[in-house]
Design a protein around this ligand. Structure first.
Ligand code: NAD
Length: 288
């Protein structure tokens, strides 16, 4: 079985790496804050302690890091150290251009490169039921499939390197729009004398039903839970990346521009470290 080096043991990375351990893989976990590595050891993984250990020992290097710059920094350091393994898989939501660049660098070193962003949240990561959208060469995708099978329930090869991220950014554009719609709809209900639970129950059987409503209302808003989940600042990062992608494609995304401005404002008002569903609290403070 392939030895895995997993970098970024956060809300998503930790349960994903743990699922690989539980499927019998030897997994070295590396994280900036060392407490997470200790937690990973308690789950049956090994502490990597340094990137050089991952560069040397891992057959497959996996990354699940917050921002494109984190992916770039970590992979650049690994390329400098010299990668002993044969495959890199990035699960972060980064930028298509970064992946095209990283794929080229990896190819020069004889290493396969896949961008494989995921959707399904921490619940999907815990349960191993993520939706995985993977860009890269077909052979490399097929080689990685047994690993993806551990982590996901819907696994799709989307085309060349960067294409998985394009699909994911369109997904995130819609997640942002739905999150804004859920927040404003609940605010409107509240101010119009409609019970929010009643609204949720009715809309769950109507055309306005959505996975985002199902996620945000019962588990976060109704439960008064604000800790992420998925941080609002990370959704703003994705909306910015989707905006860049739209700029390159000369597509205006006009409704999205307004929603992005609102997320920027929410971030500036201190909602960035809360779960993305806290957009509801942000918007419910607004009145004419
Ligand atoms: P997170 O902030 O919970 O975890 C990121 C982890 O990476 C942290 O433990 C952090 O300490 C570590 N880290 C950051 N920089 C590092 C570096 N240079 N070297 C080593 N470790 C480093 O983030 P998350 O919610 O797990 O998200 C990770 C990625 O997955 C993001 O790109 C996000 O957009 C994407 N994503 C998140 C979700 C979700 O529901 N949380 C769902 C789908 C995709």
């Amino acid at each position: 079985m392939a030895v895995i080096g997993f970098i970024g043991l956060g809300n998503m990375g930790m349960p994903m790496a743990r699922n690989l351990v539980q499927s019998g893989y030897l997994v070295y976990g590396f994280n900036r804050s060392k407490k997470k590595e200790e937690m990973f050891e308690e789950l049956g993984g090994r502490k990597a302690e340094s990137l050089s250990l991952i560069a040397e020992k891992a057959d497959v290097i996996m990354t699940c890091l917050p921002e494109p710059k984190d992916v770039q920094d970590v992979l650049s350091e690994l390329f400098e150290l010299g990668i002993g393994g044969s495959q890199i898989i990035d699960f972060s939501t980064a930028s298509p251009a970064l992946h095209e660049d990283m794929k080229e660098k990896a190819s020069r070193e004889g290493v396969e490169y896949l961008d494989a962003p995921v959707s399904g949240g921490t619940a999907g990561a815990e349960a191993g039921t993520l939706s995985i959208m993977c860009g890269g060469e077909e052979d490399a995708f097929e080689k990685a499939r047994p690993l993806f099978d551990v982590l996901g329930a819907s696994i799709t090869h989307t085309g060349p390197a960067g294409s998985g991220t394009k699909v994911k950014l369109i997904n995130q554009y819609m997640v942002g729009m739905h999150t804004a719609a859920v927040g404003e709809a609940l605010h409107l209900a509240e101010e119009s004398g409609i019970d929010q639970k009643l609204l949720y129950d009715v809309l769950s059987q109507s055309f306005a039903q959505s996975k985002i409503f199902d996620r945000h209302y019962p588990d976060f808003i109704a439960a008064d839970r604000e800790e992420p989940g998925f941080a609002l600042s990370l959704l703003l990062k994705d909306l910015n990346l989707a905006g860049e992608m739209a700029g390159n494609a000369e597509v205006p995304l006009e409704a999205g521009r307004k929603v992005k401005e609102m997320f920027e404002d929410a971030d500036q008002q201190g909602y960035g470290n809360k779960d993305m569903s806290a957009f509801y609290q942000y918007t419910s403070g607004k009145h004419y």
